[in-house]
Design a binder for this molecule. Structure first.
Ligand SMILES: [Zn+2]
Length: 284
């Protein structure tokens, strides 16, 4: 093989290398009326996340390939509600038992218990098709944003926006992120110690690069929030503040630009050599 053909083959290989530019999604977890201070499951200062998230969108929306809003969406008699467990009050815990197909075992009937899941009992909240389940009216939301509903199975809770608490069923979120070739997720919203925490953990398990913007979240309680932050740190989830995002977005997107630039360079070299080759063959 001549040197010329070797270079031509090499350029073909380089030009065909795919570009792995970081594609970034913003996840806005459960910023709904029910979790605001006036809601039926209020998170202290939950409304304070709204201007922070709106500011993130104002500055970086053009760098997000996708913006996702998760929406807690419960049946009126959802199993996570204290009102459905006699003698129990909100914030008590119970053990819920499920068989290997994810069916809730009724203590009065025959059932092979495969999984025991500890469930915190909550006040009735985010009941589907009610105003409490609607997104906060002053959060920036666009028609192009993707909405993923969670917690819609009546007999199992779902903190994560990816899976229910037993991992029996999944939402549309992972498929949507993969369709959009997302590699990095930036997680914001409510509440830091439950739905943000479980969503971030599942995102990490699924292989995404995960950032949690701490000042764009609030927790139900300090002790569980501190535990969640420690756990996320140990898993390699980046806990950041919104004022660090400028540098982070710059790094994530500039790496993509360098890779795209390199790919573009090899395409140009490839084109020039191909034209030269055609001319050489034509003159034979
Ligand atoms: Zn809920």
């Amino acid at each position: 093989m001549s040197d010329f053909l070797r270079i031509f083959a090499l350029c073909q290989i380089f030009a065909s290398v795919p570009v792995f530019a970081d594609k970034i999604a913003l996840l806005v977890i459960d910023v709904q009326n029910c979790f605001l201070p006036t809601g039926n499951l209020p998170v202290a200062d939950g409304d304070h996340v709204i201007p922070v998230i709106n500011d993130i969108r104002r500055k970086y929306d053009n760098l997000f390939s996708l913006v996702v809003f998760s929406q807690d969406w419960h049946c009126v008699d959802h199993v996570s509600f204290a009102s459905q467990h006699s003698g129990k009050a909100p914030y008590n815990t119970v053990i819920l038992q499920y068989n290997n197909e994810g069916m809730l075992c009724d203590p009065t009937s025959q059932c092979d218990v495969e999984y025991n899941i500890t469930q915190v009992l909550w006040p009735d909240h985010c009941i589907k098709n009610t105003t409490t389940a609607e997104f906060a009216s002053n959060i920036t939301k666009k028609n192009s944003d993707f909405i993923v509903k969670k917690g819609y199975h009546c007999k199992i809770d779902s903190y994560s926006a990816f899976f229910d608490n037993g991992g029996f069923s999944h939402t549309q979120l992972d498929r949507k992120l993969k369709e959009n070739k997302i590699s990095t997720v930036i997680v914001t919203g409510l509440a830091l110690d439950y739905c943000v925490f479980y969503t971030a953990k599942d995102a990490k398990k699924l292989g995404y690069n995960v950032y949690v913007v701490e000042d764009a979240t609030r927790g139900v309680a300090n002790s569980t929030s501190n535990g969640a932050v420690k756990d996320m740190n140990n898993r390699g989830i980046h806990i950041i503040q919104s004022d660090q995002l400028e540098d982070i977005m710059d790094k994530l997107t500039s790496l993509g630009n360098i890779l795209q630039g390199l790919n573009c360079f090899w395409y140009i070299v490839n084109f020039v050599i191909t034209v030269d080759l055609v001319h050489s063959l034509a003159s034979l």
